[in-house]
Write a protein that binds this ligand. Structure first.
Ligand code: ADP
Length: 275
């Protein structure tokens, strides 16, 4: 009888504890949703007037301004572009963290996608006097099924960084077929540069939000410190993991593996999933 009373009491206590935990969980979820909604609203509200400011700066720059005005306008455009990038990145991270990011599955041509990225970054490569190499394994199937927008965003970010932190050097982009089974292909991507490199004690933290190599690096190269955070999160969502190897003064290598279903120009799959 005594044992029964003890058992009932401990059951009651356990139930109470579980209830408390449930309430705390709901509270945390509500707080997180409210924060995410707030961030999203503020960012969208900021974006609209910013687009107007950027648009006007752009128009005025095209109207052959005087040299003194040109400097002010260029500075306005630079700051506007920076803020736009920053807001878009905050929105993107918020979307990922609140599981609202959509992944699309469509048939796409990887070779074409990488060529397009290379062309769009050609100017940055030549500004820094870098050799930009693209090596695509011919064994990779012509068409893959995946999310080309997300892949493009990942590659653009990594290559952009590689070109930014390298001067008079080489940036190589490698896409290799790792394995081909039945309907799936596993691909290995690597972006290698011969740039400034990353110190050993920063190899983990460069993926944290707002983390930049150092104040000096930030002052010299600019940037938001959010690019690699997004890259890491996107690769994870697509089923991979990012690896980083780097030696200060010698260069860096960012690599990851992803699995794709094999596509064809005739297959036009369009599935969407939320993360
Ligand atoms: P940022 O907008 O500052 O470039 P990222 O998140 O893309 O932000 O990168 C974070 C930091 O990691 C950079 O500020 C830089 O210090 C370091 N970093 C990233 N890519 C490279 C690279 N290829 N070579 C050297 N340092 C890099």
């Amino acid at each position: 009888y005594k044992n029964n009373i003890i058992r009932t009491q401990s059951n009651l206590m356990l139930k109470e504890k579980n209830k408390e935990l449930e309430i705390a969980k709901e509270k945390a979820e509500r707080a997180s949703n409210a924060r995410s909604e707030f961030l999203s609203t503020v960012s969208h509200e900021l974006r609209t007037p910013l687009n107007a400011i950027n648009g006007i700066a752009h128009l005025l720059l095209e109207e052959n301004p005087k040299k003194s005005q040109m400097n002010y306008l260029s500075s306005l455009k630079f700051s506007g572009d920076y803020l736009t990038k920053f807001i878009n990145e905050i929105l993107e991270i918020n979307k990922i963290d609140s599981n609202k990011l959509e992944i699309e599955y469509i048939s796409f041509n990887l070779k074409q996608l990488l060529e397009d990225i290379k062309n769009s970054l050609k100017e940055l490569a030549s500004v820094n006097n870098n050799i930009f190499k693209l090596e695509v394994d011919p064994a990779i199937p012509d068409y893959l099924i995946g999310d080309p927008t997300k892949l493009s965003q990942i590659m653009m970010n990594l290559i952009n960084n590689a070109l930014k932190f390298t001067k008079n050097g080489t940036v190589s982009v490698i896409a290799k077929l790792h394995s081909l089974e039945d309907k799936n292909a596993t691909l290995y991507f690597e972006v290698i540069d011969t740039g400034i490199g990353i110190p050993a004690d920063k190899l983990q933290s460069v993926f944290d939000s707002f983390s930049q190599g150092s104040i000096e690096i930030n002052r010299k190269y600019g940037g938001t410190g959010l690019g690699l955070t997004i890259v890491k999160k996107l690769i994870k969502i697509l089923g991979g993991r990012i690896n980083l190897n780097s030696i200060v003064g010698k260069g860096s290598s960012f690599s990851f593996e992803l699995q794709f279903r094999i596509g064809s120009p005739l297959i036009n799959v369009k599935e969407k999933t939320k993360t």
